[in-house]
Design a protein around this ligand. Structure first.
Ligand code: NAP
Ligand code: GLV
Length: 330
């Protein structure tokens, strides 16, 4: 294999030796993502790109990169990458599914529990020196045990959340693109529901779909109107699945009781966003997969995909495997 040139858009939580044996590696050294113009310049001269969900890998960028053989994303979601253009250019795109499923489901669960039991509000209450005594009606929330959990998007993470919910004795319903296999429904103790009835009957709704044209603003005014006033929304998928203005109105007017989100539209959330003013919302900075072992596994998986792509081998985790089906007509 000829010596390749690789650009990595941030420092990774793992060693790069394996990659350095096969490629000339440049790592963007700053904490902030490289500006788009920098990426565009780099793209002109590289064979491999290892990017993050903060990098906009669009048509222009893919088309200027004449020697690019592989795009490897250190994330499972890949909505920041123009897959159609990559596929048209026969560039395989890698991602990191599976290794982050438990970490993300854990964080989803932490948000669900924190929102239900108002943990963040309670912490603010104490730090504001408002704690005077034990009170029968101080910071009350709903029960989790026995409540109905609605899971929107029943893939790896949605199912891992269901496994956690089972241990909490919840009723679990789900909606997804396809109904899951009866054995899986049985082993996880879940029932399929259509989207509308899931919204109408769930005490907690948790989102686990990818961001796509279909799921963009899947939650807007109409959906919040369908939800119970006591319901709590959790989003650890992608910010743009929820219309932020509609979420603000729903929380402000009491159309739903609360929400907890790891992801926002845009990211980071603008400092003047009205969402930052509502008490019944927990917002954290996109840390779903942020356990040390998970991030290291993700980085190693992204490197595996990158090396395979540089070698012209099939990526171990490829989001557009159709690039391998195309008949070479050159
Ligand atoms: P996955 O296994 O592919 O699951 C996604 C599920 O969503 C699939 O079951 C799919 O249904 C379903 N789906 C797709 N379009 C839908 C629609 N329009 N309506 C309802 N359901 C739909 O992916 P995953 O590994 O669970 O990850 C899910 C998403 O979580 C990622 O795409 C990423 O954006 C996000 N994520 C966030 C973090 C974080 O740090 N907060 C970490 C990891 C992942 P079918 O199976 O029927 O096609
Ligand atoms: C994180 O958001 C991911 O998609 O891995």
């Amino acid at each position: 294999m000829p010596y390749s040139k690789v650009f990595i858009t941030r420092r990774l939580p793992t060693q790069l030796h394996r990659l350095e044996e096969v490629a000339n590696v440049e790592v963007w050294p700053e904490r902030q993502a490289p500006p788009y113009e920098v990426l565009l310049e780099k793209a002109k001269e590289i064979d491999g790109l290892l990017c993050l969900l903060t990098d906009q890998i669009d048509q222009q960028l893919i088309e200027v990169s004449k020697s690019l053989k592989v795009i490897s994303q250190m994330a499972v979601g890949f909505d920041n990458i123009d897959i159609l253009t990559a596929t048209a250019r026969r560039i395989p795109v890698g991602n990191t599914p599976g290794v982050l499923t438990d970490a993300t489901a854990d964080l989803t669960w932490a948000l669900l529990m924190a929102a239900a039991r108002r943990v963040v509000e309670a912490d603010r209450f104490v730090r504001s020196h408002l704690w005077q005594t034990w009170e029968p009606d101080l910071l009350l929330g709903p029960d989790i045990a026995g409540a109905t959990l609605g899971i929107v998007g029943f893939g790896r993470i949605g199912q891992a959340v269901a496994r956690r919910a089972k241990g909490f004795n919840m009723r679990i319903i789900y909606t997804s693109k396809h109904k899951c296999k009866p054995e899986l429904e049985q082993s996880l103790g879940v029932e399929f529901a259509n989207f509308v009835s899931l919204l109408q009957t769930s005490d907690f709704v948790t989102i686990h779909t990818p961001l796509s044209a279909e799921t963009y603003h899947l939650f807007g005014e109409a959906e919040f109107a369908l939800m119970k006033q006591s319901a709590i929304l959790i989003n650890t998928a992608r910010g743009a699945i929820v219309d932020p203005d509609a979420l603000y109105q729903a929380l402000r007017t009491g159309e739903i009781a609360g929400a907890a989100i790891d992801v926002t539209e845009p990211e980071p959330i603008p400092t003047d966003s009205p969402l930052l003013t509502v008490d019944n919302l927990i917002i954290i900075p996109h840390i779903g997969s942020a356990s040390r072992p998970t991030r290291e596994k993700m980085a190693n998986m992204a490197i595996d995909n990158l090396i395979a792509g540089l070698r012209g081998e099939r990526l171990p985790n490829c989001v557009n495997p159709e690039v391998y089906d195309v008949v070479d007509d050159k």
